[in-house]
Design a protein around this ligand. Structure first.
Ligand SMILES: [Zn+2]
Length: 113
């Protein structure tokens, strides 16, 4: 199944993949799995509360994903030309990225910037 145009709602906070759902919305998790890195929102991050908690969960997941070779998770084929490193760099370099977490939709502004 190939969709030419995707409705991108958010990026996966762990791997940067473009998701067609919000990881969290109004305090409720999507219970969806990122096709790229396999993180499940509402499972791996269910005990996270503050923004720092969430960041920690996602950073740890990202570390494990990278350490295991940054493999495509889903049984569906990855998008044409998919490159996990480029995808992640693009996400990490995006200063306007938004973190969709439990409490609210918070602009992901780093304190040390
Ligand atoms: Zn992901």
């Amino acid at each position: 199944m190939t969709k030419k145009f995707k409705n991108i709602l958010a990026n996966c906070p762990a791997c940067g993949y473009e998701l067609d759902f919000l990881p969290w919305d109004n305090g409720s998790p999507a219970d969806e799995i990122c096709s790229c890195c396999g993180i499940q929102f509402g499972y791996e991050d269910i005990y996270a509360d503050t923004k720092d908690d969430f960041r920690k969960v996602y950073e740890e997941w990202r570390g494990q994903w990278l350490a295991s070779g940054a493999k495509w998770f889903s049984s569906n084929t990855p998008p044409k030309g998919w490159n996990p490193k480029t995808q992640l760099q693009k996400y990490l370099n995006n200063k306007n990225k938004v973190l969709h977490i439990r409490s609210t939709t918070t602009p992901d502004i780093k304190k040390d910037n």
